[in-house]
Ligand binder design. Structure first.
Ligand SMILES: Nc1nc2c(ncn2[C@@H]2O[C@H](COP(=O)(O)OP(=O)(O)OP(=O)(O)O)[C@@H](O)[C@H]2O)c(=O)[nH]1
Ligand SMILES: [K+]
Ligand SMILES: [Mg+2]
Length: 487
């Protein structure tokens, strides 16, 4: 597409379907100006017809919101009074001519304008992602920016929004481009070494070039060793509530989620399956997971009747699911009922590790004795009060704010890791960077300049896959143009 136009002119609503104050429809492509004229026909003061449209007249000044009456292009029937914007190529989101119509957001208004646009020859409804696709094709966005834009639209929490915006604004692309640029210089060196084989370049230069490549490889490896926190921020952190039957796990989930997401009852074994709620905890996305109570099986009762055996099979499956979720959890809330007697359930204690917070529940019921006993049991022999141990009542809400604060702190540790936001946010990025490192290792091990060059080429190409825009040959031309070896 040398002229930046992908052929057909496309249109689509950019705002969510349904009633709203305002609805925005975008039109992109060579006919966008003509379509805008056709809709606003006879209303303007006579424009100069700049832009790509063949017979566009009355176009508003570029990028200036202008109030116009919209009419059906065929019948002339008035549809709405709307703000229209005209973005001539290439200064638009897609890089093509774009018209934006800010309508009153009634369903009938939107439908009438879409019908009017559909009746204009050369226009068709856009497919999913087609505006962004054109922006990419016209070099307005690289692949990582496209992904950042998608994430920004999906972002539910502050931390997700920040990460998405940073990627959309080119955080990862800048890093990738800088690595690619350094590798290209190394590649240029070896290309030259091949071309000027007779001139016997000093070996020290080879070593220097390979050192640069090794430096890039170690920077990429450092970026990869980020605990997947970028991906985790996109997906959300999983906090799994675990405990014995009737410890108050479902009550705790409901108290944190501030709604009756899970059934609470006095019957032990109420929760059989995994129940999830999605929360915004201090700006971090967290999936809170309630699970079935963990307990030992009915020992010595294997001769019990069939119904009982069936119940146990169901409960057992529920506990298996709970354990699987516990394994994959970023954070585990181990819930203990302080009125449950001195022996804390070993099935639950076994799950203690650095990912867990201990929750002593039912403080409103427990006597000071019971509280002390539970604390002691959790603190271990040395009598030190267990860190990350919280006394709460899921019933009254007492103590919950401290627990929530600790959860937010843990979430912050998981996502930020004290190193700020992650640059890598998808498996796709990770794979491309790992491929790049593998090629750089192969380059370092290669004996002949030809083989080194080939591996470097592959390494640069892997980085190019990340942003979707690096053409090794084009870039080499640029590098060579300022390269004066052999002179
Ligand atoms: N007084 C008081 N009662 C509580 C508290 N937390 C839970 N309960 C009660 O304890 C009983 C069990 O609570 P659930 O939330 O169903 O416990 P659970 O751990 O989800 O139980 P299962 O799903 O059966 O394993 C219910 O009657 C709750 O009302 C609390 O902090 N104080
Ligand atoms: K219960
Ligand atoms: Mg429950």
């Amino acid at each position: 597409m040398p002229d930046g136009y992908a052929g057909e002119t496309i249109f689509a609503p950019s705002t969510a379907p349904g009633r709203a104050g305002v609805a925005v429809i975008r039109v992109s492509g060579r006919q966008a100006g003509r379509a805008l004229s056709a809709l606003t026909g006879g209303d303007g003061a006579g424009g100069d017809g700049t832009g790509g449209g063949a017979t566009a007249t009355d176009l508003p000044a570029p990028r200036l919101a202008t109030l116009r009456s919209l009419r059906d292009p065929k019948s002339g029937e008035p549809i709405d009074r709307a703000l229209v914007l005209w973005f001539p190529a290439p200064q638009s989101f897609t890089g093509e001519d774009v018209a934006e119509l800010h309508l009153h957001g009634g369903r009938a208004v939107v439908a009438a304008v879409l019908a009017g646009l559909g009746g204009i020859p050369g226009l068709r409804p856009a497919e999913a992602g087609e505006f962004t696709r054109r922006a990419f094709d016209n070099g307005k966005l690289d692949l990582t920016a496209v992904e950042g834009l998608a994430d920004l639209i999906e972002a539910d929490t502050e931390a997700q929004r920040r990460q998405a915006l940073r990627q959309m604004e080119g955080g990862l692309a800048r890093l990738t481009d800088a690595w690619a640029a350094r590798l290209l210089r190394v590649l240029a060196h070896f290309e030259a070494a091949i071309d000027f084989a007779d001139e016997d370049l000093p070996e020290a230069l080879d070593r220097e070039a390979l050192d640069t490549a090794a430096g890039v490889a170690s920077e990429i490896r450092a970026a990869l060793a980020d605990g997947r926190r970028g991906e985790r921020l996109r997906e959300g952190l999983s906090a799994v509530i675990l405990g014995a039957p009737n410890a108050g796990k479902s009550s705790l989930m409901n108290a944190i989620a501030r709604r009756e997401a899970a059934i609470v009852s006095t019957v032990a074994g109420t929760t059989r399956d995994v129940i999830e709620v999605h929360l915004d905890l201090g700006g971090y996305p967290v999936t809170l997971v309630d699970t079935a109570g963990l307990r030992a099986g009915p020992a010595g009762e294997d001769e019990g009747d069939n119904a009982e055996a069936g119940q146990w099979a169901i409960e057992h499956e529920g506990m298996e699911r709970a354990r699987r979720r516990a394994e994959a959890a970023d954070l585990k809330l181990l819930v203990f009922d302080i009125t449950g007697g001195p022996g804390l359930p070993p099935e639950v204690l076994a799950l203690r590790d650095e990912r867990s917070l201990l929750v002593l529940n039912k403080m409103d019921l427990g006597s000071p004795e019971e509280v002390a006993v539970a604390r002691r049991a959790l603190a271990g022999e040395d009598g030190v009060r267990g860190a990350g141990c919280f006394l709460v009542s899921a019933e009254t809400g007492e103590g919950l704010s401290d627990l929530l604060a600790a959860m937010i702190e843990r979430a912050g540790d998981c996502f930020a890791n004290g190193m700020g936001l992650a640059e890598i946010t998808r498996e796709r990025h990770r794979r491309a960077l790992e491929d790049c490192c593998a090629s750089l290792e192969a380059a370092a091990a290669a004996a002949l300049p030809e083989l080194v060059a080939e591996e470097l080429r592959l390494a640069v190409r892997s980085l190019g896959r990340l942003t979707g825009r690096v053409d090794v040959e084009d870039l080499l031309d640029v590098v060579f143009s300022e390269f004066c070896i052999g002179k």
